[in-house]
Design a protein around this ligand. Structure first.
Ligand code: NAG
Ligand code: NAG
Length: 407
């Protein structure tokens, strides 16, 4: 009895044991297979194939991709943002705007793509309020970039930026540390064709020891008036009106527009011509003292035969060639500035020397949409995300209330 039982128990244990061993073997086998598979797939053995696969996929993607940009609101009432069409395709980007990277579509038509989260970038003009009927987009994809776009200084911002923390991914402003720089004008080297400025560290040629230009020399003798100032905002954060008033204690400043007594109809060609023929200096005084901020007017003046006297928050050496302008903030006092203006204005050789740069540089304009398009095609875009946590500080901190020259 005992022996029988023990036989059965033993054979039972044997069966149990062999089943267990089988299971264990199976487990080891599966485990080994998994490990072998992982090893086979790991970069340890086939890093080149992994890279190759990736690049092949990438190639398909980058040949396909046209980036699509939506202009969300108007640019000072202009839904086209001064572009020629409601929608620009790669062809217009290449032929009209002359963009080096032109595989983009830019549209102000909100139905251009079927859903708002499909745009690669959405541009918001922050010097204008959101339309009441069209506040911010309702859907947002983590892959798209919201662009903070502004040509005006911070004082003209019409968005409540403390409500827009973490909202924007890219900045597109005149500031040189913007993701996309939107300058009022550019200077190109005539010889090389390269854009020299505005830039954070431009490489300017040195002004020559002596320079003459018969056109400017001849104009100089006809210039009987000292300084012209065209202005429509009479009270400003920069207090430029005080500078102009104090300057008038020392020399004549003719103030055109509603802040002064002189009138010249907008668009009348005589207004521009008299800068060549009558005036020695053109006052390009900015309404706020902000990093890199200069107005279009300064670039307009550079087209004329007149020396600009600049006052603003910019480091002008980032924008204009040396010895092509007179910066009020380089003087401690208004008297010192006036004295220098009288010296330059009274000496034709000195006056003419301020025009040396024209032999080497020319003015040009560029579209920020070219740079935006290039940015959306940059290798990092889509892998690297960025956003501005505190856009208000980024934007507002670039301005000051105090000027260098004592007013
Ligand atoms: C500059 O050029 C003008 C006109 O050609 C000439 O009359 C003048 O003497 C020149 N000035 C100097 C300093 O050479
Ligand atoms: C843009 O910012 C948002 C919000 O911070 C973020 O979720 C998104 O991934 C960012 N996109 C890009 C392309 O940087």
């Amino acid at each position: 009895m005992y022996g029988h039982m023990s036989m059965a128990a033993r054979s039972g244990r044997l069966i149990c044991g062999s089943r267990g061993a089988l299971l264990l073997l199976l487990l080891i086998l599966v485990g080994t297979l998994v490990v072998l598979h992982r090893v086979a797939q790991s970069p340890l053995l086939n890093q080149y194939e992994i890279l190759q696969d990736h690049l092949e996929r990438q190639q398909i993607q980058s040949t396909r991709s046209t980036r699509v940009v939506l202009l969300w609101n108007d640019f000072f009432g202009d839904p086209r943002w001064k572009l020629s069409w409601d929608t620009l395709g790669p062809q217009e980007m290449r032929d009209e705007l002359r963009c080096p990277v032109y595989q983009c579509e830019i549209s102000n038509q909100h139905e251009f793509l079927p859903a708002v989260e499909l745009y690669d970038a959405i541009v918001f003009h922050a010097a204008e309020m959101y339309p009441i009927l069209r506040p911010v987009p309702l859907q947002r994809s983590p892959h798209q970039a919201y662009v903070f776009a502004l040509m005006e200084p911070p004082g003209e911002t019409k968005h409540r930026l403390d409500d827009e923390r973490g909202f924007y991914n890219l900045t597109m402003t005149y500031r040189l540390d913007s993701d996309v720089v939107w300058p009022y004008g550019q200077l190109l080297d005539i010889e090389t064709g390269a854009v020299v400025a505005p830039s954070e560290r431009p490489h300017w040629r040195k002004p020559p020891a002596s320079f003459n230009d018969s056109v400017v020399w001849d104009l100089w003798s006809g210039k009987t008036k000292t300084a012209a100032w065209f202005v429509s905002h009479c009270e400003t954060l920069s207090k430029r009106e005080i500078l102009a008033n104090r300057l008038q204690e020392f020399l004549n400043v003719d103030i055109y527009g509603k802040c002064g007594t002189h009138r010249c109809a907008r668009g009348d060609p005589h207004c521009d011509e008299m800068l060549d023929t009558d005036y020695l200096f053109y006052l390009a005084f900015e309404n706020s003292l902000c990093d890199d901020y200069v107005t279009e007017k300064l670039f307009d003046a550079l087209h004329r035969n007149i020396i600009p006297v600049v006052f603003g928050g910019a480091d002008y050496s980032r924008i204009l060639p040396p010895h092509s302008y007179i910066d009020a903030n380089r003087f401690e006092t208004v008297a010192g500035l006036a004295q220098y203006l009288n010296f330059v204005g009274g000496d034709p050789a000195e006056y003419v020397s301020y025009f040396w740069w024209r032999r080497h540089y020319r003015l040009a304009s560029s579209s920020p949409f070219c740079d935006l398009c290039a940015r959306l095609h940059a290798p990092g875009f889509g892998y690297k995300t960025q956003s501005y946590g505190d856009i208000q500080s980024w934007w507002f901190n670039s301005c000051r209330l105090e000027s260098q020259i004592r007013l």
